[in-house]
Structures are given as C-alpha cells and as structure tokens.
Design a protein around this ligand. Structure first.
Ligand code: ADP
Ligand code: MG
Length: 478
C-alpha cells in the first residue's frame, strides 16, 4: 500500500527514527495539552496522559475537505428546520418509537414540550457531521456522511491542540513542506462563540452556563478548552451531573431554571446521548426539568431527535430534503451529494426489500440501531444473524441499513498510552463542527467552526476515540 501524497516509506519504515519521533510526539502532545485522564482514575487530574493520536497526519484531498466545510451551514439549517417540524419528526420516528425505548422516551419529552409550549425562543445548535471518503477503484474519493451528531459532539477542544503536535513531528522528520500544510483548527473557540452568543441573548449577566457532564469524566480536558473560552468572556461556567440538577434544580414561575441559587442561561449537554447516561429515573426527571425551563438547551429535545439515525435514513428518501429547502435547490444538491445509500426496515414491501438485499450481500452494508457513542453497529455475517431473528417482527424497525463506505487504508502509527508502537493499516473519519444560534425566526449566527480527523486501525469496524478505538489526527491536504 502506498501513502498518497503522504509520509514516504523512508520515514515510515525507519524504525529508529519512528521510535525517536514517538517519544517526541508524546512530549509534544502533553505540552500542547492533548490530554485525557487515565482509565484507572477517570475523576482525577493528579496523574494524566496524552489523549490517543496518530504519529503522522493523514492525506485528505483538498476538494473533498472543502466540500465538507462548505456544506456545513446547510446541515446546520437542516437540523434546525427538522427540529421545528413536529409533523415530520412524528412521521419519521413513528415506527422506531414503537420498538426503541430510548428514542420513545426522548420523543415523549418532545411531545410534552410541544403540548406545554416552548418557553424559550433562543436555540443553540452545536453539531458535528462525520464523513468517510468512499474510494471506488480509481475514481476520485467521494465524501459520504456517516452520521450527524446533534448532542454531545466531542473533540472540538482537543482537536484545537493537535495541529502543533503534527507540525513538530513533521519538522523533526525533515518534512518541512508537509508541516506547513497542516491547517490551523480551533473548534473550541467557535463552539464557545455560539454558546456565548446564546448566553448574551438570554440577557442576564449573572446567569451561568451549565455543562451537563457524565459521572465518569475521562475526556474532561476536551470540554475544558470550551469552558475556558467562556471564562475569558467573563461567562461563569459550572459543571453539573443529572443528579445535581435533580437535587438542586427548580423552575420559578417564569420557568427560569435555578440550580441552588444560580440562574442558568444555557445548558450544554455533554451527556444524555445514550441510555446508560440515565442512571435512574432522577436523570430523566432532570432532563425534563431542563427541557421545560427557559434556559437555552444545547440541544433542545427536538434537535436531539433530529440527529437520530432514523431521521438520517428518512432524509435520504426522494423529495424529503426539498421539504426543508423548497427554494434552495443548491443546498439540496450539496447535502444530497454527501448521502450514502440508506434503507428503511419499516414493515412493508420496501422494508422487505431491504431485508433481502442485506441478507444477499451483508458485506456491502452496516446495520445500525438508534444508538450513539460507538460500538453498536452490526457488520458482515452478524447482519444476517440479527435480521433472521427480527425480520418478521416490528423489532426490525429499531434499525436502519446503510451502504458500507470504503475509504483507502493508509499506514500510520497509533499512539496510545501503554500500547506498543506498531504500524497499522488505518481508516479515517472526517468530522466538521457546526454552530448556530436562532432567536425566533431569526438565524443570528450559522457557522462552520472547524474540523476533526479521527483515525482507527482497519481491523476495527466501529467505535470512536472515547470508545478507545479511534485516535486524534489531522488532515494533510493535497
Ligand atoms: P455512533 O453514533 O455510534 O458514533 P456511527 O454511525 O458514527 O455511530 O458509527 C460508528 C462507527 O462505525 C463510525 O465511526 C465508523 O467507523 C463506522 N461506520 C458507521 N457507518 C459506516 C458505514 N456506512 N461504512 C463504514 N463504516 C461505518
Ligand atoms: Mg459516530
């Protein structure tokens, strides 16, 4: 295998040099602040290590990179429009919520909010659209969306710190020209800018921003970079868990949210994206309390639902994007160009066709339940096992089927604390961060605020950085 426009073999295969670079890289990552807490001590910063990263950046064609950045503001608009279209969400998720308890639970909150009426017209959206580059034989690679994350999209902080690590390593390796091709990247600043805007529009100087965080906080530094950007603006940030909100949270008669005696302007969810995050009924009560409140939610419940995989599949149906962009064929075309094949498993002839197609060639597809956080998808022969079990029942509607994307493998070294140094065949996933703030009908800001490249060994079909599979990387544009 050859590295297109990337790091030449004379560097990659020079084991003495690689060893030296790896030690340099760890120091550089630590000093740049590319950090993660240890698995053994996830709630202490007494001893920490570098967050996993690649030794070298990965070549990415300029054209597809620009394409991904250019479509982001349209994706922001799309997510926001879906979140306001109750009929669409109802219809899109109807089959899913009959079998998927988690989505059903979120949907119930969404319905309750609609019934009660939204108490806040300011909407803050921070999302990350993820892509892989599909490489079919000698064609140019094409950008295909894997999913869009509308809740708790991570690594905007750490990815603001990785460019200097790769620049340094490339310089050490005598690759000055490549080092100058590593882009600056600062999603942390862009995400914080949007949070600050929402806070400002909320209009109470004393009110705080809440980061709603997990019980186990290994990836805390990623969040800290966003927090510090807010503190720089003299915006007070507090970190709370569902439990804290349950115990100390309340609404006043205007539905202003108070925790202890602090008024909350914005709740930024870095938790709450998967069933395990809700450790008890109290977590659900806390989520509902925040949703009902006048605080700006990032995301609000409807925007959370807009990011489900079922919605992604429905969007790929003919005519659906046009519903959201009736006068913008250009936006429709740009978004649709990034769609991979997505297929319904709803009961009926169309879903039946999906089942037989998947059973006939499982290696061409990925079977996805309505879950986030990595490690939930089903591949290869396991697709057949699962489908054989559920194909005659409504249970199958908990899943969607998607074409499998085939990126070109690239060799690299994955730097992980405690792992031996070895060369791996790697696949990368490009994420693009979007940020927007809407007040009523008025889109106040709508931006693309940076990118994230994550790379994993091709032995792993699934899983992100937090799941311990992928590592942080940078695109080397060519
Ligand atoms: P999650 O919400 O768990 O992150 P994703 O849809 O992002 O779910 O899938 C998790 C991982 O599985 C991705 O990061 C990617 O590595 C792999 N994956 C997902 N969909 C595809 C696909 N269509 N083709 C190839 N790999 C995929
Ligand atoms: Mg993902």
């Amino acid at each position: 295998m050859r590295m297109a426009q990337g790091i030449p073999d004379e560097v990659l295969m020079n084991s003495a040099l690689i060893k030296e670079l790896a030690e340099e890289a760890k120091d550089s990552a630590v000093t740049q602040g590319v950090l993660m807490r240890l698995q053994e001590t996830p709630n202490s910063s007494e001893v920490v290590s570098f967050a996993p990263f690649t030794l070298f950046p990965t070549p990415v064609p300029k054209a597809v990179f620009s394409q991904a950045l250019a479509v982001q503001t349209h994706y922001n608009t799309l997510v926001d429009k879906i979140s306001q279209d109750a009929d669409f969400l109802q219809e899109a998720l109807a089959s899913t919520i009959t079998v998927d308890d988690f989505t059903a639970r979120l949907f119930k909150i969404h319905q309750q909010i609609l019934k009660e009426g939204r108490s806040q017209s300011i909407v803050l959206g921070l999302n990350r659209s993820d892509y892989m580059l599909d490489q079919r034989e000698n064609d140019t690679p094409s950008l295909k969306q894997i999913e869009i994350n509308t809740i708790a999209a991570s690594f905007g902080g750490l990815s603001s710190r990785t460019p200097d690590v790769h620049r340094h390593i490339l310089k050490m390796a005598g690759r000055l020209e490549e080092s100058e091709r590593i882009l600056d990247n600062n999603p942390a600043a862009g995400l914080a800018r949007a949070i600050a805007k929402a806070w400002e529009l909320y209009g109470s100087e004393k009110a705080v921003v809440v980061f709603l965080v997990e019980d186990v906080q290994r990836n805390i530094f990623d969040q800290r970079y966003v927090e510090y950007e807010l503190w720089k603006r003299n915006i007070h940030v507090i970190r709370l868990r569902f439990e804290d909100v349950f115990k100390a949270g309340s609404l006043d008669q205007d539905k202003r949210l108070f925790v202890d005696s602090k008024e909350v302007a914005v709740v930024y969810f870095r938790n709450g994206y998967m069933p395990d995050n809700y450790t008890s009924e109290q977590s659900w009560d806390a989520r509902l309390l925040m949703e009902r409140s006048r605080a700006v939610k990032c995301p609000d419940i409807s925007t959370h639902l807009a990011g489900t995989k079922k919605v992604q599949q429905v969007l790929a149906r003919p005519g659906v994007l046009e519903r959201f962009f009736p006068d913008q064929p250009q936006a429709v075309q740009q978004i649709r160009a990034t769609f991979a094949g997505l297929y319904t498993l709803d009961l009926g002839p169309e879903g039946d066709k999906t089942v037989s197609m998947a059973l006939a060639a499982p290696e061409r597809f990925v079977l996805k339940p309505q879950r986030e956080g990595g490690g939930n998808n089903i591949y290869g022969s396991e697709i057949c096992q699962v489908l054989e079990q559920v194909k005659e029942s409504t249970e199958r509607t908990a899943y969607i089927l998607m074409d499998k994307i085939h990126p070109t493998p690239v060799r690299n070294y994955l730097m992980r604390q405690g792992s031996p140094l070895k060369i791996s065949n790697c696949l990368s996933e490009l994420g693009v961060f979007g940020a927007y703030v809407r007040q009523g009908k008025d889109m106040v800001t709508n931006e693309c605020v940076g990118h994230l490249l994550r790379t994993k060994s091709s032995e792993h079909s699934d899983g992100g950085v937090a799941a311990g599979v992928a590592v942080l990387d940078n695109p080397l544009l060519f």
